[in-house]
Design a protein around this ligand. Structure first.
Ligand code: SF4
Length: 449
């Protein structure tokens, strides 16, 4: 039987695309391999959002070349944003890649996998592969052990906001919202396949608008929550500008929603926000946060922040730092600005590297203290978590996520079967910057059991 290995870089949109390809591959008769050494087809789903992601993707293509050299029957496919943006350069830099599919060519990739599947029917994996060192160093890959517990459903593609640092609108195009009926049908499928948590995915998910009826993101969440069998619902990633009071109020009436909100701030300075074309001021951001606290008081707010954006002055940075020091964010993804080819900010003068790194260090210290305080508050409590899989550092332990998205590590019970009991109640006995650790008290088949 043919097998496919899918490795994903980047955002949840890419994860959703990888899931789609995994499903198309499964229905074409492939098994999903957990390691590249075991597959007939390798699919690399790439990201361009940061220079580092781009370099890692090219590095990974080179790793895979060793496998292709050992077994020329192996097919290597590159998909995703880098494939869209860099097609020509990629053909020259990595001529061993068999096929390249951009972000709008997922269906064609699924069709191609189906066409190829017959050719692998009688193919044994070459023994020469054994001579290749295990590749390791993998990014997130789709495996079939635990990943079905979380179902990703794309509600919209592209983005029309053109933040000056972001490549997404240039490679994925403008907003293209899916009809609500299609989103509901796909969510139903994920639930039927065993998803315990459905994540609605969009680059600017709360700008969602049904193309026919104009129903908004609040309406969509209510409709998905009404699907029989849904245990938990969450979404990624909203834009502060699009949280109308009506939407926040709607969310407060959906008990299945996980109490977490990822609200990307990017900068705490109005001047920088304007240069970023973020379409909100700090005052408006604070208003959104106040509305979340008012309607969704138990929710944890997380964020993204860019440090050293071109033109960021000491004063601009201090505003970001002051806001983070208020402890408003339970967690933050923080980055030093990195230029993206093809975006307006790429031609702007950079903040000196040493200045940006020093700022980053101060910001990380402030946020780490806030994250640690958020985790400290869980000590002594028992939290219900959805299992993710074995801990990467110690496979005798399980990694899981709380409803507010905090990582929890606990020793795995003997003969644990995630498909039967994916929910675990963990008594938290220690907190760290990265999350919490504890002891499993109970295992459950359903969230509400
Ligand atoms: S809102 Fe801005 S950062 Fe987010 S995807 Fe759209 S352009 Fe990119």
């Amino acid at each position: 039987m043919a097998s496919v290995y899918i490795e994903t870089f980047g955002c949840q949109m890419n994860e959703a695309d990888s899931r789609y390809i995994a499903e198309r591959a499964s229905s074409a008769g492939y098994t999903i391999a957990g390691r590249p050494e075991e597959a007939n087809v390798l699919v690399l789903n790439t990201c361009t959002v940061r220079d580092n992601a781009e370099r890692r993707a090219y590095g990974r293509m080179n790793h895979f070349k060793a496998l292709k050299d050992a077994d020329p029957a192996l097919k290597l496919v590159v998909m995703g944003c880098l494939a869209e943006q860099d097609r020509d350069r990629m053909r020259q830099a990595a001529p061993h890649v068999d096929a390249i599919f951009g972000t709008s060519e997922l269906v064609r990739l699924g069709d191609t996998l189906r066409e190829w599947s017959a050719s692998f029917e009688h193919t044994e994996l070459s023994e020469e592969r054994a001579l290749v060192f295990p590749l390791g160093g993998a990014a997130d890959c789709v495996t079939d052990g635990f990943s079905h517990l979380r179902g990703y459903v794309t509600v919209q593609r592209g983005c029309s906001y053109y933040c000056t640092f972001c490549i997404v609108p240039h490679v994925r195009g403008r907003f293209d919202h899916r009809p609500m009926g299609d989103v509901l049908a796909e969510a139903r499928e994920r639930i039927a396949e065993g998803a315990r948590e459905v994540t609605l995915v969009g680059q600017t998910v709360n700008a969602y608008e049904d193309p026919a009826t104009g129903e908004d993101f609040g309406d969509l969440c209510k409709a998905v929550a009404a699907l029989p069998g849904l245990e938990r619902l969450t979404f990624i990633s909203p834009h502060p500008k699009d949280f109308t009071e009506k939407i926040v109020r709607d969310l407060s009436g959906v008990p299945q929603l996980n109490p977490r909100m990822h609200l990307p701030l990017q900068s705490g300075s109005d001047r920088v926000l304007r240069r970023m074309n973020r379409k909100y001021t700090m005052e408006q951001f604070r208003e959104r946060v106040a509305a979340i606290h008012r309607y969704l008081p138990q929710w944890a707010i997380t964020t993204d922040i860019i440090v050293g954006f071109p033109g960021e002055s000491d004063e601009d940075f201090e505003r970001t730092l002051d806001y983070v020091k208020t402890g408003v964010f339970a967690n933050a993804y923080m980055f030093v600005y990195s230029q993206r080819r093809g975006t307006p900010a790429a031609s702007w003068e950079l903040v000196a590297e040493a200045v940006a790194s020093a700022r980053f260090k101060r910001l990380a210290e402030a946020q780490n203290a806030a994250s640690r305080a958020h985790h400290d508050r869980k000590i002594g409590t028992t939290v219900r978590c959805l299992v993710q899989g074995p801990s990467k550092k110690d496979r005798s332990k399980l990694a899981a996520k709380t409803l507010d998205n905090v990582t929890v590590i606990a020793p795995a019970p003997p003969e644990y079967l995630a498909t039967r009991e994916p929910w675990i109640d963990v008594e938290i006995d220690a907190a760290h910057v990265w999350g919490c650790s504890g002891t499993i008290l109970r295992r459950c088949a359903r969230y509400d059991s």
